[in-house]
Design a protein. Sequence first.
Length: 77
Amino acid sequence: MYENFSGMHVVVLLAVMALVVGIVAAAIATVKDSSMLAGGKIIWLAAFVFLPVAGIAAWGLSRVVLRRKNARKHEIR
C-alpha cells in the first residue's frame, strides 16, 4: 500500500491530517464554549503536539518505506 508513497508524501499527509484534527477540535471547542480563547488554545495544542508527533511518525514510516524500496532495488540486481 505504501510502496508508491515517498517519505515527503507521508510527511505532508500526516501533517494535513493533524491540522484537520486541530481545526475540528478548535471548531468544537469554539461552538461549545463560545470563547475564542478555547479555540485558540486547541489550535496551539495542535501546532505543538499533533504536528511534531505526526512528523516523528512520518519520519519513522518513511524510513520503513525507503528500506523496502532499497531492498527491492538490490533484489532486482
